[in-house]
Design a protein around this ligand. Structure first.
Ligand code: SAM
Ligand code: SF4
Length: 333
């Protein structure tokens, strides 16, 4: 089987695809309320996204994650999942999955499961409907709960991603962990990352180190370091009393780059080799040059050869500006 190996010897087996930069929510840490989105003409068609994803699969990618923006608000998105599921059937792909805010899951969970999607990541920062409205600005809590029910009913595994927000959900850490345990959901906490202008607030106001989250959990349970690894940035603990596993993604305080196995594609066909660096490769031009994939394959090879060693995120205390100008919704986290 083909394999993409970067200059630091890391095999690139995981592609994350932001299929749209649009979203039906406006989470305060992710977007400003009046976001400007990309002109539709710049966005790859679903057929073009399929072609690019398939090129990566051909070159050794074993896991595809659709994200955004909100992947499930892109019109006709299921046709992309339907198309890509052929790589699961052929055995070329181990996993096809998505990260979603859950708002449309009630509609799509069953079909996703039928196509071979086994697990979904659902972002949820609070169990309080009022806080939920304040964090997401436009989101409806009941709709997301309905989406989670549908995912469960369809047999999808659920991992809840919770961004730790100082003064917002720091009093809910234990409750979220208990609830996820009861529902049978995995749980991972994420630190706020300095990506994109978000309007009035700054990340410094929102930032809460996960060491504080751990400390809160440790007030109630015994946490044991886990050897569990998924090849991703999360580190895990096992809760001795409940057997539950809880993940922590700490980009600001822990460097996880040495085991990085992933690259990120935007909905305009730009490939970012690192979430925390500006360098990128344009795959849209070679894609649109002709129907033959040789140019695309070559462009992917060139890009992987430039994958940087790691990121240098920093929440700048003097300038109080994000260290990365692009929003998380461009690359999908
Ligand atoms: N809309 C989908 C969702 O919310 O799950 C997928 C895209 S969203 C950009 C992916 C993940 O990034 C979510 O879990 C969200 O909480 C997280 N995220 C967005 N902006 C972030 C930031 N500045 N720092 C840390 N996580 C962020
Ligand atoms: Fe939308 Fe996800 Fe960003 Fe929230 S985190 S605004 S749901 S893309």
């Amino acid at each position: 089987m083909a394999a993409m190996i970067d200059p630091y010897g890391r095999a690139i087996t995981y592609l994350r695809v932001s299929v749209t930069d649009r979203c039906d929510f406006r989470c305060v840490y992710c977007m400003s309320e009046n976001m400007t989105f990309l002109p539709k003409a710049e966005i790859l068609s679903l057929e073009e996204l399929d072609r690019l994803c398939s090129a990566f699969v051909r070159q050794g990618v074993r896991k595809l994650r659709m994200t955004g923006g909100e992947p499930l608000v892109r019109r006709n998105i299921m046709s992309l999942f339907r198309g890509l599921s052929r790589h699961l059937k052929s055995g070329a792909l181990d996993e096809l999955t998505l990260t979603t805010n859950g708002s449309q899951l009630a509609r799509y969970a069953e079909e996703l499961a039928g196509l071979g999607v086994k697990r979904v990541n659902v972002s949820l920062d609070t169990l309080d409907p009022h806080k939920f409205a304040a964090i997401t600005r436009w989101g409806r809590f009941d709709q997301v709960m309905g989406g989670l029910d549908a995912a469960k009913a369809a047999g999808l595994g659920v991992k809840v991603n919770t961004v730790a927000l100082r003064g917002v959900n720091d009093d809910e850490i234990e409750r979220l962990a208990t609830w996820c345990g009861e529902e049978g959901f995995d749980l991972t906490f994420i630190e706020v990352m300095p990506m994109g202008d978000i309007g009035g607030e700054t990340r410094l106001d929102q930032y809460m180190p996960l060491s504080m989250v751990r400390a809160r959990l440790a007030e109630h349970w015994t946490l044991e370091e886990s050897e569990h690894r998924t090849g991703g940035p999360a580190r895990y603990v096992d809760v001795r009393e409940t057997g539950q596993r809880i993940g922590f993604i700490t980009p600001m305080t822990h460097n996880f780059c040495e085991s990085c196995n992933r690259v990120r594609l935007t909905c305009t066909g730009t490939l970012y080799m690192c979430l925390g660096q500006e360098d990128a490769a344009d795959l849209r031009a070679p894609l649109r040059m002709n129907d033959d994939d040789a140019l695309v394959d070559a462009a992917i090879g060139d890009a992987i050869a430039r994958k940087p060693k790691g990121h240098d995120f920093v929440i700048d205390r003097r300038r109080r500006r994000p260290s990365m100008s692009r929003h998380m919704s461009v690359t999908g986290g």
